[in-house]
Ligand binder design. Structure first.
Ligand SMILES: Nc1ncnc2c1ncn2[C@@H]1O[C@H](COP(=O)(O)OP(=O)(O)O)[C@@H](O)[C@H]1O
Ligand SMILES: CC(C)(COP(=O)(O)O)[C@@H](O)C(=O)NCCC(=O)O
Length: 387
């Protein structure tokens, strides 16, 4: 990014998780115009930009923010000492853990938003505002789902970050965290690093592409002499026990290919989450399950495994859905919390406009309708209105 363009940047929001820090900010493209409906409103065109850093490399993130002067895009905040401080919306555990560091290194206050609330806010924003955001993935087929705004709720949100949170969403700001599991993306990456000696998530994924889980997983057919156990609906190729072959293969870890280990691990974690998600959907009679979090990364094998698990356990009753901006749900929720929840739907440029009111004292931004128009998988073209 050209730092000279940073005066055009506003509304930095952060999601500081156990593994990754996610950033969302609005970057104006220089076009301002007056809203014809009101001579008080000026519409600023631009895009929502996304960036991520490993939490363990938080210094790189601080440097990125400083270099691009993103921290000046926060809002004025009056603290008890009568000094004006800039504050930036932040969510995730790191908003608590690193608050002092941000104050010390960048002189900004982190205005903390609840993590679950932000995740829900992010999903609702995407579903209502960004066309072709949600999709299903089954048997290699990706299908976009246009969700009727009047038929959005209820749904189950399964956020697969370091750990996994499952949230029943009944409306805007109406949600309950109903379950979770500690076997999540952190487990995949942590165990993967120990077992394959890979150095990064990308390397682990690459390994998994080339692996065969059947080398290590014990299949129903391995137990049943090559046949299905049809009486209980298990085919011979179903996994009976993840990593089960390692019990009796007489092999050491070094005797297995890292590719096969990575594949088996990815399958085990994805399957398990798909199954727990389904069971929770069943508990509350939810038919729609939305999966988010950086673990998914748009990876076909992961999505297929999760979809198959949901389809298999629900006998086709429940549907797994994915989101194009799956990793930035919390950060987007924090971004949208720069305003209060006041939604009036308007139409502009053929896209739904989400009207919202900003809650910041002493700055220019009061009313923000956000129109959105996705042009690629990362940035979201949009415009905001400043009053
Ligand atoms: N570049 C990456 N580096 C590390 N982990 C990644 C990366 N891309 C995807 N992941 C996966 O995403 C998980 C983190 O997801 P995320 O939603 O950011 O959770 P958190 O908020 O806990 O950091 C990791 O545990 C890992 O499985
Ligand atoms: C504690 C967390 C909400 C933190 O979120 P994360 O950084 O993993 O995205 C999450 O890791 C979680 O829900 N863990 C599962 C804990 C449990 O229900 O067993």
């Amino acid at each position: 990014m050209d730092p000279a363009a940073t005066s055009q940047i506003s509304h930095l929001a952060l999601d500081i998780g156990g593994t990754l820090i996610k950033l969302v900010y609005f970057s104006a493209n220089g076009d301002h115009c007056e809203d014809s409906r009101s001579n008080e409103i000026s519409v600023v065109h631009g895009k929502l930009c996304f960036a991520k850093f490993e939490t363990k490399k938080i210094d790189d993130c601080l440097e990125f923010i400083r270099f691009n002067i993103l921290h000046h895009s926060g809002v004025q905040h009056l603290n008890g000492m009568a000094h004006d401080k800039l504050s930036v919306k932040a969510t995730g555990g790191g908003a608590f853990k690193f608050a002092d560091l941000f104050k010390e290194k960048l002189g900004i206050l982190l205005d903390k938003e609840d993590e679950m609330c932000s995740l829900v806010g992010g999903v609702n924003f995407l579903l209502k505002t960004v066309p072709r955001e949600a999709f299903t993935y089954l048997d290699g087929q990706k299908e976009f789902v246009e969700i009727d705004h009047n038929d959005l709720y209820p749904y189950l949100l399964v956020n697969i970050g370091s750990g996994v949170s499952m949230i029943k969403v009944d409306g805007d700001g109406k949600y309950e965290r109903i379950s979770g599991t500690s076997l999540g993306g952190g487990t995949f990456l942590g165990l993967g690093k120990l077992l394959t000696k890979c150095e990064s998530f990308d390397e682990l994924l690459e390994l998994s592409h080339h692996g065969n889980n059947r080398v290590i997983d014990m299949l129903v057919g391995d137990i049943y002499g090559g046949t299905d156990y049809s009486k209980i609906g298990l085919s011979s190729t179903a996994i009976a026990s993840s990593f089960g072959k390692a019990i009796s293969d007489g092999k050491e870890l070094e005797d297995y290919q890292p590719e096969d280990v990575a594949r088996s691990l990815l399958r085990m974690i994805s399957n398990n989450i798909g199954q727990i998600a389904y069971l929770n959907a069943l508990r509350f009679g939810l038919k729609r399950i939305l999966f988010g979090g950086f673990f998914i990364r748009g990876l076909e094998y992961t999505m297929d495994t999760i979809s198959v698990a949901v389809h298999f356990w629900s006998r086709g009753e429940a549907k797994a859905m994915f989101l194009r901006h799956e990793g930035f749900l919390g950060a987007l929720g924090a971004f949208t919390s720069y305003k209060t929840q006041s939604h009036n739907d308007l139409k502009s440029n053929q896209h739904t406009v989400q009207r919202a009111i900003l809650n910041c004292s002493g700055d220019n931004f009061r009313h923000i309708p956000v129109t959105s128009n996705l042009n690629d998988s990362e940035t979201i073209e949009c415009s905001i209105s400043l009053v």
